[in-house]
Design a binder for this molecule. Sequence first.
Ligand code: SF4
Length: 181
Amino acid sequence: MPPKLLLHVCCANCGIVPIELLRDRFDLTLFWYNPNIYPRTEYQKRLADVKKLVKIYKKDLIVENNDIKKWFEITKELENEPEGGKRCEKCFQMRLSRTARLAKEKSFDFFATTLSVGPQKRAKIINKLGEKLAKECDLKFYPADFKKQDGFKKSVELSKKYGFYRQHYCGCVFSIRTSKH
Ligand code: SF4
């Protein structure tokens, strides 16, 4: 039996390439936990496409719709940080931490995240957080920079093929403000 991996998925577009790369080596389950996404209509749109994604790849999905208030608490006073700055680090940490703890509770061998597909997301920060949480939870983290080797380009092509909605901002209310679109 392949090892069990819990894959945190931030949106369907970013989910495709990691699934393509990992599905032959791991028994994958996807995990939706993104209290950062604003407004609610946007949140629902992205979640709806993740539900389509798991159907396409025949994977299980765990959904947690909690902690919006907590997200605003942890990012308080970081509203004006640029994308990729301190607010994003807190946001990654919150989502990865819940992923690691759930993976532990449910006896997964590994956990990982699709976050590094995004061109603005620094894999170094994500991987460092993942390794730290893995130690704390006595689990394995799968470090990656999924945007590399044309990962981002492939995600754009495949999401077009599947007809997924492609958002124009990262997710939180503060990233709408700084979006160039
Ligand atoms: S810009 Fe993206 S990663 Fe950064 S805090 Fe907002 S939602 Fe999270």
